[in-house]
Design a protein around this ligand. Structure first.
Ligand SMILES: Nc1nc2c(c(=O)[nH]1)N[C@@H](CN(C=O)c1ccc(C(=O)N[C@@H](CCC(=O)O)C(=O)O)cc1)CN2
Ligand SMILES: [Mg+2]
Length: 305
């Protein structure tokens, strides 16, 4: 048996096409254009790549994008004042501050300064609390993307055992809430879990979000499991030869030993091309959601999660 490879790029492409049609119908109906503000602080190379991808996807969907870049010396007070300006800007329906932020900035203070109804990352305390208590909220983009892939792959998730490896605020925690809401039995492993393998072996669904390359071994997987790999780890790839600076070239790998897992799992997301593209598509989805809520309209049924 070899596992089905879940094509996140293709799923994200379909979702982005629907979003584009929806945005175009808003314009035709004279309802206006959704707008997304993206704030980048500093020059982390990976963050620059992600922000560029987000801006490109935003524009391709016909959503207005507002890109703001601050030096990593920006003060917290200036950043907070800027977020406040975006909060009151009627052309901006969604705001995201790319993470990580430089160490001198209090990340939570910045996130919690975003107006909750514009918090398209779903990281604001109010949205986190709403998700945890089953109230309507923005759902963080990566877990939302994972859920969409799981639902398409497995249909109803009720009663399945799901093990999440990693419990960050961006992925692990909200993923656990979402899977609970979908009536899964949820196990969470983290840095101090004594036997992560024992938790993974019970799982019908594995969500790997630890940021440790190859952490999840094939013999940890229950045969037939559905594996969602959220890890994005850049590792040396000597088989690809040397880069211009003489160092080995690199490649992206996930948290799962992908090649070995293919023989055990029923379905698995690749890295790259699995969860990452869904993160960006779900950001657009949340922006359309924010636009609809702010305009007092229901989200179009074709975009229901
Ligand atoms: N404010 C936020 N900051 C961060 C988030 C977030 O959701 N909101 N998540 C991550 C980074 N991230 C989005 O920002 C992100 C990561 C990866 C991808 C992606 O498409 N990955 C590709 C590979 C890309 C590559 O070649 O490097 C893939 O997996 O196919 C999109 C978004 C942390 N910060
Ligand atoms: Mg991926």
């Amino acid at each position: 048996m070899t596992a089905r490879i879940i094509d996140g790029r293709e799923r994200a492409h379909r979702l982005r096409a629907k979003i584009k049609d929806t945005v175009s119908s808003f314009k035709q109906d004279g309802l206006g254009t959704p707008g997304l503000a993206v704030v980048l602080v500093g020059s982390d190379p990976a963050s620059e790549v992600y922000v560029r991808s987000k801006l490109r996807a935003t524009e391709e969907a016909g959503i207005q994008s507002f890109s703001h870049h601050f030096e990593d010396t920006v003060t917290q007070a200036d950043l907070l004042a800027f977020v406040e300006r975006l909060n009151t800007d009627p052309a901006v329906h969604g705001i995201l501050v790319q993470l990580p932020l430089p160490a001198h900035i209090d990340k939570l203070a910045v996130i919690n300064a975003i107006a909750p109804d514009k918090d398209v990352d779903g990281f604001h305390l109010e949205n986190v609390g709403r998700l945890a208590t089953g109230q309507p909220s923005f759902i963080p983009c990566t877990p939302l993307g994972c859920l969409m892939l799981l639902r398409e792959e497995l249909g109803d998730l009720r009663g399945r055992v799901a093990t999440i490896v990693g419990c960050s605020n961006i992925v692990g925690h909200p993923m656990a809430e979402l899977l609970l809401k979908n009536e899964c039995t949820v196990l969470i492993a983290h840095e101090y879990t004594r036997d992560t393998g024992a938790l993974v072996r019970q799982a019908d669904i594995v969500v790997a979000a630890a940021g440790v390359p190859g952490l999840i071994k094939a013999d940890w997987l229950k045969p037939g499991a559905c594996v969602i790999d959220v890890g994005i780890n850049r590792v040396a790839a000597p088989e690809k030869g040397l880069a211009d600076d003489g160092a080995p070239k690199t490649k992206l790998v996930g948290d799962v030993d992908f090649a070995a897992a293919l023989a055990v799992a029923d379905a698995i997301t690749p890295v790259p091309g699995g969860v990452g593209p869904m993160t960006i598509a779900c950001l657009l989805l949340n922006t359309v959601d924010a636009f609809c809520t702010q305009a007092g309209r229901a989200k179009p049924a074709c975009l229901a999660a």
